[in-house]
Write a protein that binds this ligand. Sequence first.
Ligand SMILES: Nc1ncnc2c1ncn2[C@@H]1O[C@H](COP(=O)(O)OP(=O)(O)OP(=O)(O)O)[C@@H](O)[C@H]1O
Ligand SMILES: [Mg+2]
Length: 475
Amino acid sequence: MTAETDERLEPAQLRTLFLFESLDDEKLGYVHEHGRVKRLPADADIFVEGDPARCFYVLLDGTVSLTRLVHGDRIEISRSSQRGAYGGATQSYLNEQRVENYLHSMRAVTDVTLFVLPAEVISTAMRRWFPMAMHLLDGLFLGMRTTENLVNQRERLLALGSLSAGLTHELNNPAAAAVRATAVLRDRVSGMRHKLAMIADGRLDGERLHRLVEFQEAAVKQAANAPTRSPLETSDAEDTLADWLDEHDITGGWDLAPILTAGGIDGTWLDRVADTVSQDDLEPAIRWLAYTVETELLMGEIDDALHRITGLVGAAKQYSQLDRAPYQTADVHDLLDATLAMFSAKIGPDVRVVREYDRSLPAIPVYAGELNQVWTNLIDNALYAIGETGVLTVRTGQEEERVVVEIVDTGPGIPADVRSRIFEPFFTTKPIGEGTGLGLEISYRIVVNKHHGDLAVESEPGRTVFRVCLPISGR
Ligand SMILES: Nc1ncnc2c1ncn2[C@@H]1O[C@H](COP(=O)(O)OP(=O)(O)OP(=O)(O)O)[C@@H](O)[C@H]1O
Ligand SMILES: [Mg+2]
């Protein structure tokens, strides 16, 4: 099939190609001597990305398509039927010693005729003929590669940075709460030991002590089911209880009332205690019960804090998809919730998050970790647009064979002249240093190329909707 011919191009013909038009006769002679004409049928691979870059190709006739693999998809970068268009070992001269690999693939769209030069011929010629240009190009390419690496790295770091900053903040609150509660708990437990010793100091008979222990059990239950009260109701209940304590000559009622109230204990409850113990023993008994209630509440707090920590770690795991298969069946709501959890520290007090989920949606096969990137980028943009005050709506639904996710914000909207450019790489309206302009470009690639879905935007002042459609049947 490959038809490398012995056919050469005459210097005069070579001069009609813009690449060679200004070469003098000697140089043209060199190109003439080393180059050959090659003909390939439609659909043939001319060169394949990743293979050793051995040849440099110039298009003489026909149409070629240049593609690159992005996340496993073949993306067409350009298509050309321009005579003189070139490709292949375009950077071979940079590295005399080492054969570079092709950075792209080139395919014949129609039958094509090409002019082919071996990479080492180009390399030798360039170094001999244009030594200074070589040095400049070396520097240029080095700079470009460094920049590209930096951008890639920075992007990953940014995602990781904002994720871990948010997460650290979120984890810190419950962790600090648990530490604080544990310290108080330790103190209260030791207080309880002392009080018990006082009560049991021979002044209570076995039966009364037994009744008291029953009260303690009841207090524990009471604390677990304490009614939720408004601040006003709470302070009323505390006042009433403080009065009761005063009437019964218990000192420090202001100190005990809030604790007992939080545990759901009121005057009627304490009346029963007063009936059981003598007036002398009443205060130690009530203090002892207060310790019981307080330790119970503290343990509840610790439990809550640990649950929040476990929940966050779960969300982080779900978000990062660290221990999951890259391609799996997932419920988009789990992914959206995990992503929103990652943002919770970044969402201001005056920004409301509304979830309008259609829970009847089927789980769909997706690249879950990458979809989380998409939600992250869209939610990040929405929150930026909303600023201090507004509403972020995350809506899901189904349309025919597709799951639809909408991220809606109440920000200022996207001006018409900006809208046509937002999916371009590096396009950003954010101040220098704040945005990379890659968020939407990456999202588009993930949704459209990787999931064969669709990413569209609709915007007017006060309402911007980014709409992601994903096929239910997967790839
Ligand atoms: N919800 C939105 N409301 C208004 N403008 C938006 C919204 N989403 C995107 N844009 C516009 O699209 C541009 C490109 O968005 P993209 O996410 O690609 O990059 P960026 O947000 O500027 O940078 P980065 O994502 O790296 O932080 C933004 O700079 C902004 O002008
Ligand atoms: Mg963005």
